[in-house]
Design a protein around this ligand. Structure first.
Ligand code: GLN
Length: 487
C-alpha cells in the first residue's frame, strides 16, 4: 500500500479500522521524506524523534478504545515562517538561521491539539518574498512534476512536500499568492482564507495587512478538514475576525446547480499562456455541465494590482523587518567594533538580495515627501480594487480565473529580472488586497505540468469555494494523479 499517496481522510479511516498504526504511518512518512528529499529538497528541518513520540500517544489512545479526531495521527509539515516551540524557525534567512522560538503559533497549537504530527519545516523564499523558492538562503526546492522546474513560491517547500508525498498536508502563508501559485505549479489544493479567518499569531510577519495562513492538501475534502482545525477567532491576533465559522467538511457534496460563476475578463487577456487558458476554458465547461451559470464580468482596476501590491507589501515589510538588528534574536555579525556598525553589518550579511530590495523600496515609499505620492495613493487604489470585487459579487457567487499565467517555469528563468518574477503573481495579488478568500485546485495538465484554477469568493465564503471545487474534483478526478519521482 502506497501510504504516501493517501489523503488524510483515507488515512484516518485506516487508523480507526486498525489497518495501520500511527507509528507505521509516521515511519512510512519518514521513509518517503528520506527517499524523495534528494530530488525535491522541500525540508529545512525534520522532526522525526518528536513525531515518533506523538505517534505512540495516538496508538495508545486507539488501543484503549478511545475515539480519535479527524486529523489525529496524520503527518504534516509547516512553512518555516510559523513559530514552533523548541524547533528552529528560519524563514529561510541567514538572519534567523539559528532562531528557536519559545512558543507555538496559534495554528501550530491548534493542529497539535487536533493530534496532527509535525514531520518538519518546509523551505520557502526568504521571508516569503518571491514566487519560485529560489530566494531561499539555503537551497532551492524542486517541482516534483519536473525537477528542472521551480515549485512556485514563496511556500514552494510546503507545496512540493504535499505533491511528492512527503507530508499529508502542510501549511503555507499567502501575502500575494504564495499558497495558490505554488499549489498551482505542484498540482495540489491550496487555500488562501479570508483576511482574519485564520490567526497569524506566531507567523513571522511580512506584510501584515495582507498575510494569511492556509492549507495545502491532496484533495478538497482534506482542505476543508484542515480549515476546520485552523480557522476561528483568536484573542492573540487583533485582526482575527469574531464571526461564526462553519463546518467546511460537512458542507461538501451539495449541488452547484444554478450557482453564478463570473469570469473576470482581465484575467483571460494578454499575458495568459494559451495552453493555460485552454485548460481553464475546458474546466469552465465542466462546471457548466454541473449546472453552474457562467457569465463574463470585469474587475477594471486589475492593472493596478501589481504596482499597488509592490508599494504596500514592501512598505509594511520595511517596518516589520526593522526588528532584525542582531540584538534580540538570530544572526549577529562578528565583525563589528561598535553598535551602529553591528546593526549595519548584521543586516547587510543577514538579509538576501530580494529582501534588501523590498526594504529599500518600502522605506522609500514611506519616506517623508513620498508617503502621499506613493503609499497613500496605493492605499486609495487598493480601495478601488476591493470595490471592483464588491460589484462583481452583486451578480456572481464565485469568480473563476487561472491561478498563474503560466505553468511552472525553469530554474533561473526569472531570477535576473525582478519585474518578470513579480508578474508571476498577476492573477493572485488582487485577492490579498481585497482581503477575500481564494482556492487553487488542479484543473488539468499542459505538457505534463499542472495547471491551476483559482476560485475567488466573498469574504468568509470559503465553504462555497470548497463546495464548488469538490464538485469539480468529483466530476473530473483531477486530484487522482501524482508525480512519479522514480523513488
Ligand atoms: N510573490 C509575491 C511576493 O514576492 C507574493 C509572496 C507571498 O505571497 N508571500 O511578494
Amino acid at each position: 500500500m502506497k501510504l504516501y499517496t493517501k489523503k488524510a481522510h483515507e488515512l484516518h479511516d485506516l487508523l480507526v479500522n486498525k489497518e495501520i498504526s500511527a507509528a507505521e504511518l509516521v515511519r512510512a512518512q519518514a521513509e518517503r521524506i528520506e527517499a524523495a528529499e534528494p530530488k525535491v529538497q522541500a525540508f529545512i528541518t525534520r522532526t522525526l524523534d518528536d513525531a515518533m513520540a506523538q505517534a505512540a500517544k495516538v496508538d495508545a489512545k486507539i488501543a484503549a478504545g478511545e475515539a480519535i479526531g479527524p486529523l489525529e495521527g496524520i503527518p504534516m509539515a509547516l512553512k518555516d515562517n510559523m513559530c514552533t516551540d523548541g524547533v528552529r524557525t528560519t524563514c529561510a534567512s541567514k538572519i534567523l538561521h539559528n532562531f528557536v522560538p519559545p512558543y507555538d503559533a496559534t495554528v501550530v497549537t491548534k493542529l497539535k491539539e487536533a493530534g496532527a504530527i509535525l514531520m518538519g519545516k518546509c523551505n520557502m523564499d526568504e521571508f516569503a518574498m518571491g514566487s519560485s523558492t529560489e530566494n531561499s538562503r539555503f537551497f532551492a526546492t524542486r517541482n516534483p512534476w519536473d525537477i528542472e522546474r521551480v515549485p512556485g513560491g514563496s511556500s514552494g517547500g510546503s507545496a512540493a512536500a504535499v505533491a511528492a508525498g512527503q507530508a499529508v498536508f502542510t501549511l503555507g502563508s499567502d501575502t500575494g499568492g504564495s499558497i495558490r501559485q505554488p499549489a498551482a505549479f505542484c498540482g495540489v489544493v491550496g487555500m488562501k482564507p479570508t483576511y482574519g479567518a485564520v490567526s497569524r499569531f506566531g507567523l513571522v510577519a511580512f506584510a501584515s495587512s495582507l498575510d494569511q495562513i492556509g492549507p495545502f492538501t491532496r484533495d478538497v475534502r482534506d482542505n476543508a478538514r484542515v480549515m476546520n482545525a485552523i480557522a476561528g477567532y483568536d484573542l492573540k491576533d487583533s485582526t482575527s475576525a469574531p464571526v461564526d465559522y462553519p463546518d467546511y467538511e460537512a458542507l461538501l457534496g451539495q449541488s452547484v446547480k444554478g450557482w453564478r460563476i463570473g469570469l473576470p475578463k482581465e484575467y483571460f487577456g494578454e499575458g495568459i499562456d494559451p495552453e493555460v487558458k485552454a485548460v481553464i476554458e475546458k474546466a469552465v465547461k465542466v462546471l457548466e455541465g454541473l449546472g453552474a451559470e457562467i457569465g463574463e464580468c470585469s474587475l477594471p482596476h486589475t492593472e493596478y494590482a501589481l504596482p499597488v501590491y509592490y508599494l504596500i507589501a514592501p512598505a509594511e515589510a520595511s517596518s516589520n523587518l526593522a526588528r532584525y538588528d542582531g540584538v534580540r534574536y538570530g544572526y549577529r555579525s562578528e565583525e563589528a567594533p561598535d553598535l551602529i556598525t553591528m546593526f549595519k553589518k548584521t543586516r547587510a550579511e543577514g538579509f538576501g538580495e530580494e529582501v534588501k530590495r523590498r526594504i529599500m523600496l518600502g522605506t522609500y515609499a514611506l519616506s517623508s515627501g513620498y508617503y502621499d505620492a506613493y503609499y497613500l495613493k496605493a492605499q486609495k487604489v487598493r480601495t478601488l480594487i476591493k470595490g471592483d470585487f464588491d460589484q462583481a459579487y452583486e451578480k456572481f457567487d464565485v469568480l473563476l480565473s487561472p491561478t498563474s499565467p503560466t505553468v511552472a517555469f525553469k530554474f533561473g528563468d526569472r531570477t535576473d529580472n525582478p519585474l518578470q518574477m513579480y508578474l508571476s503573481d498577476i492573477c493572485t495579488l488582487s485577492v490579498n488586497l481585497a482581503g477575500i478568500p481564494a482556492l487553487n485546485i488542479n484543473a488539468g495538465f499542459a505538457n505534463g505540468l499542472p495547471v491551476g484554477l483559482q476560485l475567488m469568493g466573498k469574504a468568509f465564503d470559503e465553504a462555497k469555494l470548497l463546495q464548488l471545487a469538490y464538485a469539480y474534483e468529483q466530476a473530473t478526478g483531477c486530484h487522482s494523479q501524482t508525480p512519479d519521482l522514480g523513488v
